[in-house]
Design a protein around this ligand. Structure first.
Ligand code: URA
Length: 197
């Protein structure tokens, strides 16, 4: 099913959206979260990374991608020659941690996604990197898996180029295929660097 995002007029300033998120009770995750997790990095950045949902470390600190996956993400960003604080904006599909790090339920994503659409409208990045199946599926309205869609440009809302690639958590998993996946992720990030010019 295609869940069309609700179009809500001009985006509000980021601090206004962030303040609403802090007190949001639109889904059940509000009951179990420690902190909401809005973003990190630079809202003026040309490059935006979108992950899935906060994990335990992110929930504890209220900042996205601060755990092991986040440390790998920062190394990937640095390998691109970019500064994780100055050159990128980092956020997630949903703002609250699902218990036990389960995948977000469709009703949780539906409740939360307007915040992300508004965030992206304000930041207006030149390029988005969608990390993993949840980000790719939600931003691009596709059920195709990451292995099928990674590495080729798609468009978010018909205008912002999106590069789908593996989620850093996936790259951290021990498996025979991870070497190849890392190479592919690096190819994807090099395509992003080229697009950014
Ligand atoms: N994984 C995500 O998708 N987002 C985070 O913020 C941390 C881990």
């Amino acid at each position: 099913s295609v869940r069309a995002p609700v179009v809500t007029g001009p985006p509000r300033p980021l601090p206004v959206i962030a303040a609403e998120v802090v007190s949001c009770t639109k889904c059940e995750l509000a009951k179990t979260r420690t902190n909401t997790v809005f973003s990190r990095g630079n809202p003026e950045a040309k490059l935006c990374f979108v992950g899935e949902a906060p994990g335990a470390d992110e929930d504890a600190q209220g900042i996205p991608f601060v755990g092991r996956a986040g440390q790998l993400l920062d190394r990937m960003i640095q390998a691109m020659g970019l500064d994780p604080e100055k050159d990128v904006y980092v956020c997630n599909i949903i703002k609250c941690r699902p218990p036990g790090n389960r995948k977000p339920e469709p009703e949780e994503t539906d409740a939360c996604i307007p915040y992300l659409h508004e965030q992206i409208a304000v930041v207006d990045p030149k390029v988005i990197v969608a990390l993993g199946n949840t980000a790719v599926g939600t931003l691009l309205n596709t059920k195709l898996g990451i292995t099928k869609v990674r590495g080729s440009w798609k468009l978010y809302r018909g205008k912002i180029p999106v590069m789908p690639t593996y989620h850093p958590s996936y790259l951290l998993r021990p498996s025979a295929q991870q070497g190849e996946a890392k190479k592919q992720a690096w190819d994807d990030l090099q395509a992003v660097m080229k697009e950014l010019g």
